[in-house]
Write a protein that binds this ligand. Structure first.
Ligand SMILES: [Zn+2]
Length: 193
């Protein structure tokens, strides 16, 4: 399909999610926060890595698995060093990654999710300068649960219902949508209107 130009975005959470789980110290469901500390256990030729979470009320901790019984050779050296020095950026990256929570069967407080849409790049030379469509690609590296229509509405700065209407009129067309990225064609008149 031809388009005038391509514009890419990335959805970026602002902070780590809090985990909701039963705290044995409090005897009820509480919020656990990302301590930004890793625990590394090297046992023979197997390595375990956890990210430590802590109950907000009583300081009880729980570990979420980052790596389980991995061969040392399968963990990139730089990443391993980052675990050992409790790298904040690395801890935050895990703390914002829905895939990580899913793997740990950890429930997060999604209601408090804050995120930004960051404009990455604009590629002027689309494949057809006569086209009136702009290809919008939105990357979702942290797998946030946001419907494609919602994402497009945020990028365009319009309401979800207007996006729906434009989709009915084929002014907006979702080309593909998966957890990591959506692609949509948007009429250039809508863009920046
Ligand atoms: Zn507690």
């Amino acid at each position: 399909m031809s388009y005038l130009k391509k514009i890419e975005y990335k959805i970026m959470p602002r902070k780590s999610f809090r985990v909701i789980r039963n705290c044995s110290g409090c005897g009820k469901k509480t919020h656990f926060i990302n301590t930004e500390r890793f625990r590394v256990n090297a046992n023979g030729n197997k390595i375990d890595v956890w990210l430590i979470y802590q109950c907000e009320n009583c300081k009880h901790t729980c570990n979420l698995t980052v790596y389980e019984r991995q061969k040392p050779s399968s963990i990139p050296k730089e990443e391993y060093q980052a675990f050992l020095r409790n790298d904040e950026e690395m801890a935050a990256a895990y703390g914002m990654n829905m895939q990580f929570f899913k793997k740990n069967k950890a429930e997060v407080d999604a209601a408090e999710a804050e995120y930004d849409f960051i404009r990455l790049s604009e590629c002027e030379d689309g494949n057809n300068e006569n086209s009136d469509r702009i290809l919008v690609q939105i990357h979702n590296p942290y797998n946030l649960k946001l419907r494609p229509e919602r994402q497009i509405a945020e990028v365009l700065g319009i309401s979800g219902s207007r996006v729906k209407k434009f989709m009915e009129q084929e002014q907006i067309e979702i080309e593909s949508a998966c957890a990591e990225m959506i692609s949509a064609f948007v009429n250039k008149c809508i863009f920046g209107s």
